[in-house]
Design a protein around this ligand. Structure first.
Ligand SMILES: Cc1cc2nc3c(=O)[nH]c(=O)nc-3n(C[C@H](O)[C@H](O)[C@H](O)COP(=O)(O)O)c2cc1C
Length: 219
């Protein structure tokens, strides 16, 4: 499965089977996380067989069987949230290509427990991973013309980028972003409260994957 196929197939899954993630898949995930951490100066961390990500109430009503997850953390700098958005979605989509499901959690995780593992660094969320009891369902989506515009006739790459952006997970599924294009320049604006920067990183990754980085530059 390619990253573009993963973009189309990935949907939030909050309930997981007991099926353990095989060692060779964990090794691939660890490597992808380590590569992202190195390249972007982050400290994302894979937690295996650890059931402390959620409190009792959330486990009762929402999160079932979550035992594996990635902590989205790093040194508290102005661009941290966007970088964790960009790299976190790379991990989630890579996990999808390996046959796993995922769930981005920015609000409902157990902050105290996770803070202990993050050793004083800022945590913007976690991504639960595992074998879902189902594959999830496509989210309700805005239309391309509601969130994007292009000065002149939009090239194909722009339309592909926008379509991929609309498949991105965003906090509360707000899709509170707008993308504008002119020649090979693309700008993006997002306003989703405390999740603005995280959403921005996620949506930028999706747009790049759909459009092809070689076709445009961010301005
Ligand atoms: C930054 C961010 C934070 C999120 N926080 C939560 C959360 O706290 N609880 C939750 O159940 N889902 C959370 N989600 C999942 C979104 O609700 C979900 O991605 C969105 O509804 C779109 O659905 P999809 O992932 O199936 O495309 C979060 C997603 C993102 C991107």
């Amino acid at each position: 499965m390619t990253i573009m196929e993963a973009i189309r197939n990935r949907h939030t899954v909050r309930r997981y089977t007991r099926h353990a993630i095989p060692e060779e898949i964990l090794e691939q995930l660890e490597k992808r996380i380590a590569d992202n951490n190195k390249k972007y100066g982050l400290h994302m961390k894979l937690m295996i067989n650890n059931e402390k990500a959620f409190g009792t109430f959330i486990k009762l009503i929402l999160a079932k069987g979550v035992k594996n997850y990635i902590i989205l953390s790093g040194e508290d700098k102005p661009d941290l949230d966007e970088k964790l958005g960009y790299c976190g979605i790379d991990i989630a989509l890579f996990a999808q290509t390996l046959g796993l499901n995922s769930w981005w959690v920015g609000g409902t995780f157990h902050r105290k427990n996770i803070a202990k593992y993050a050793q004083g660094e800022k945590v913007t969320g976690i991504i639960a991973i595992g074998y879902g009891i189902m594959q999830g369902v496509p989210h309700k989506s805005k239309k391309a013309e509601e969130i994007s515009s292009y000065n002149g006739t939009a090239p194909e790459w722009f339309a592909h980028g926008v379509n991929a952006a609309l498949l991105a997970p965003t906090a509360l599924n707000k899709q509170a972003f707008t993308i504008k294009g002119e020649e090979n320049k693309v700008s993006i604006f997002c306003n989703n409260g405390i999740f603005t920067e995280t959403d921005l990183g996620i949506v930028k990754y999706h747009f790049e994957a759909g459009a092809g980085k070689e076709h445009f530059e961010w301005v």
